[in-house]
Ligand binder design. Structure first.
Ligand code: NI
Length: 257
């Protein structure tokens, strides 16, 4: 059986309300060794910590997503710090910049992003970074820090951008987007990512890979992403699963503590 890790999931999403716990057990028994559930705001970070303590194979990230910065309470950093002390909290995420929808507050997003990068550094935890339509500002913030221990999630940028992220020390994570028919750019980015910097994720319930595109995504669907990467890199699916598992456990080192 192929064993792999879903390094980025949102099982707190309403899409899982009807069958969340059964589904989690089923995907785990089907080969998903570990799942890292993301935090996006206070409520969803709390869910991540709670579920990580409910199921041994689930781990949590806590953080404020750029689209949720306006809802961050004044003491959010203290709360994140408290959660991060939990042995099952392995990262600060997902954090970053998102300029996709009108009405965003770029200055507030940058402030909250940088505060959380500082926190991660202070706590010696990796970061999970979300960047949409904000590549330049994201790179500028990260470059000020030299090296950054973390992952650029749901990567869909160019090969050139991937190289710049790799230079900062970041890992690159791909979702089902790689399997889409119009994934040329993501495929060429995959070409520049060395195998020891590659992570797998679903970002479920979104981003279901082909042949499930448009359906509710869950962690078991990573097999389609694994197959695609194996075909592109000219190696076996087992090698992709094994190497990305090693990478994930090295980056999110608290999983093994
Ligand atoms: Ni996400």
């Amino acid at each position: 059986m192929l064993e792999y890790i879903d390094s980025h999931a949102h099982y707190d999403d309403d899409a899982f309300d009807s069958d969340r716990d059964e589904l989690l057990v089923r995907v785990h028994e089907g080969g998903v060794k570990y799942i890292i559930n993301m935090g996006c705001n206070m409520e969803r970070s709390r869910f991540s910590v709670e579920y990580a303590n409910k199921f041994p194979f689930i781990y949590a990230a806590v953080g404020i997503h750029p689209e949720d910065v306006d809802k961050a309470p004044a003491d959010y950093l203290e709360q994140l710090r408290k959660w991060a002390a939990d042995p099952k909290v392995v990262a600060i995420g997902e954090i970053g910049l998102d300029y996709h929808y009108d009405g965003y507050d770029a200055e507030l997003q940058k402030k909250i992003f940088e505060e959380q990068l500082d926190l991660a550094q202070e706590l010696d935890l990796p970061v999970v970074i979300h960047s949409r339509d904000a590549t330049e500002d994201t790179l500028n913030i990260l470059r000020k820090r030299g090296k950054v221990n973390g992952v650029m999630h749901c990567f869909s940028g160019s090969a050139e951008t991937a190289k710049q992220m790799l230079e900062l020390g970041l890992h690159i994570s791909f979702t089902g987007v790689l399997t889409f028919k119009n994934a040329k750019k993501a495929i060429s980015a995959l070409g520049v990512v060395p195998m020891d910097k590659l992570l797998l994720e679903t970002d479920c319930p979104y981003m279901a890979p082909e042949p499930n595109r448009g359906k509710r995504c869950d962690s078991s669907m990573i097999v389609h992403v694994i197959d695609k990467i194996a075909a592109e890199k000219g190696i076996t699916p087992e090698e992709v699963a094994k190497q990305t598992m090693e990478n994930t456990l090295k980056l999110f080192y608290k999983i093994k503590l």
